[in-house]
Design a protein around this ligand. Structure first.
Ligand code: NAP
Ligand code: MG
Length: 478
């Protein structure tokens, strides 16, 4: 297991020799002691990324060759899928089958952006004067990527794959709970042929290592996924250097079931919408809005299914609910469950901490019915396996409730009425709206938020726009 800093294709201890511990949240076992990057290490990583960015090895490399390296990284990762997925599950607590899906998507994202390298560019503009005017897309430079612990490798790849494809170089700071898969990815990137400094990984703390990266004058852009509060701090810290930002922040996404939906499918979608990834999913359908006439039927089926969803060993192939990421996160989730009871919502499933084989930071799959706006479980992001169910009477009320949030990351709509689906999809202020499905992602489909869920987009062609500057070149012809 790799536990040192990866800078300029070399493994090295932190300048201060400081380190931190990584714990398996399902077993409470110590997993690794990882080097903690301090300010001097951030400087070294940024210098390596800058030197590479300006070097012939990188600037002189044909775009297609960069693509070949990314494609090779995808192929190498595919051959090590189970090893990578096992490491992800050990540090995060999610079921092994989910980690395999995460790694598969990372492979796809690498290959998807590999394919863009020689297809992405600017335009020739038909200006009035008849001069020759074109736009070029120029890599933004050194990118600092800061990612959370819920999809540690996959979300990192949503940043580093398009950044490298665009011709940037990357310094990645993984979350403190989950640095290990980013470090294994570094080994793969080197094997794929990336030159020293193109891809660097510096584990460490958010307010120290992360903040130093954000404030660093040698970093041109920060691409961040995490909480809204930290996103706001990053905006403040980025101001002095006028740093470019992509911010993928929190969510409290509505999953709206209309009476005319395929209710079996809607109930399945409601269940996976909140309990996949233990609810530690930025786009989790954490507010279930149900039309009153089908409320009882939906709840009966949903509660019955949820009661069967018991926490289990993440490596058991039947487990569909793993451990939450840490004791601290478990405490946060339990405090929200206490708030739901206190505020008068009706607990209809779960509600307790759990252990598996006497160990681990698990929380039961939990549902509150009779939830109302104004309750903390309805208004605030919990980031755990807790669903708040709110009832509505008609389409307008459903839309109003869906939009009654500071967030705007995602939403789900369940209906057989095409007109209704399109009208409601248009009316919801969110970056992704799923219709008759939930929690689906693809490297080709841009993902990101409205409102307090941030701005900028990961994935798709749009992510490349975020890692490039537009340069207008005007050639006078008269
Ligand atoms: P977090 O506390 O915001 O941390 C995210 C990352 O930022 C971590 O690497 C963290 O380091 C670092 N960080 C913390 N403070 C920082 C600072 N002042 N300057 C620079 N970096 C700093 O989020 P989390 O607790 O890991 O994850 C949960 C949150 O992420 C939820 O709110 C969730 O909605 C959001 N999220 C959003 C998306 C999305 O795509 N929109 C996806 C996943 C998660 P440490 O680990 O050392 O604290
Ligand atoms: Mg944190």
């Amino acid at each position: 297991m790799r536990t040192e800093l990866f800078i300029a294709n070399t493994w090295r201890p932190a300048a201060s020799s400081k380190s931190f511990e990584v714990i398996n949240p399902a077993t409470e076992e110590h997993l690794a002691t990882v080097q903690y990057a301090g300010a001097a290490d951030v400087d070294a990583a940024v210098a390596a990324a800058r030197t590479c960015f300006e070097s012939d090895a990188w600037q002189g490399l044909a775009a297609r060759k960069r693509g070949e390296m990314l494609y090779r990284a995808g192929e190498l990762l595919a051959t090590r899928r189970d090893e990578m997925a096992e490491l992800e599950t050990r540090q995060n607590g999610k079921p092994f089958f989910e980690s395999k899906i995460d790694v598969t998507m990372t492979v796809e994202t690498l290959k998807y952006y590999a394919g863009w390298t020689d297809k992405y560019g600017g335009n020739v503009l038909p200006v009035e004067s008849g001069d020759f005017v074109f736009t070029d897309r120029v890599p933004v430079g050194v990118v600092g990527a800061i990612v959370p612990w819920n999809f540690p490798l996959n979300l990192a790849s949503w940043k580093f794959a398009p950044a490298l494809a665009a011709g940037c170089t990357v310094v990645l700071k993984p979350a403190s709970e989950t640095p290990l898969t980013a470090l294994l990815m570094a080994e793969i990137m080197e094997q794929a042929g990336l030159p020293p400094g193109a891809f660097n990984v510096i584990p460490g703390g958010g307010s120290t290592t992360g903040a130093a990266l954000v404030k660093h004058a040698g970093v041109d852009k920060i691409s961040f996924t995490g909480s809204t509060a930290v996103g706001q701090q990053i905006m403040r810290d980025a101001a002095d250097t006028v740093k470019r930002l992509t911010l993928e922040l929190g969510g409290k996404s509505p999953n709206v079931i209309f009476a005319d939906a395929d209710l079996k499918a809607a109930v399945r979608g409601a269940q996976t919408g909140i309990f996949y990834g233990k609810g530690e999913v930025c786009a989790a359908g954490s507010r279930l809005l149900v039309e009153r006439s089908v409320h009882d039927q939906v709840m009966e089926e949903l509660v019955a299914r949820t009661k069967k969803l018991t926490p289990g060993d993440p490596f058991d192939k039947n487990t569909r609910l793993g451990a939450v990421v840490s004791k601290k996160q478990q405490e946060t989730v339990l405090s929200y469950i206490a708030a739901g009871r206190k505020d008068g919502a009706t607990l209809v499933a779960g509600g307790n901490a759990a252990t598996v084989n006497g160990k681990g930071y698990f929380v039961e799959a939990t549902i509150f019915d009779d939830a109302k706006p104004g309750m903390r479980i309805v208004d605030e992001e919990i980031f755990g396996p807790v669903l708040a169910v709110v009832t509505f009477d008609d389409v307008d009320e459903g839309i109003a409730l869906a939009n009654r949030t500071i967030y705007g990351l995602a939403a789900g709509i369940w209906t057989r009425d095409v007109t209704k689906a399109i009208k409601v999809a248009r009316a919801i202020r969110a970056g992704t709206v799923w219709v008759n499905t939930y929690n689906l992602y693809d490297s080709a489909a841009p993902f990101g938020g409205f409102k307090a869920s941030g701005y900028g987009r990961d994935l798709g062609r749009e992510a490349l726009d975020g890692y490039t500057e537009s340069k207008t070149v005007w050639v006078g012809l008269r």
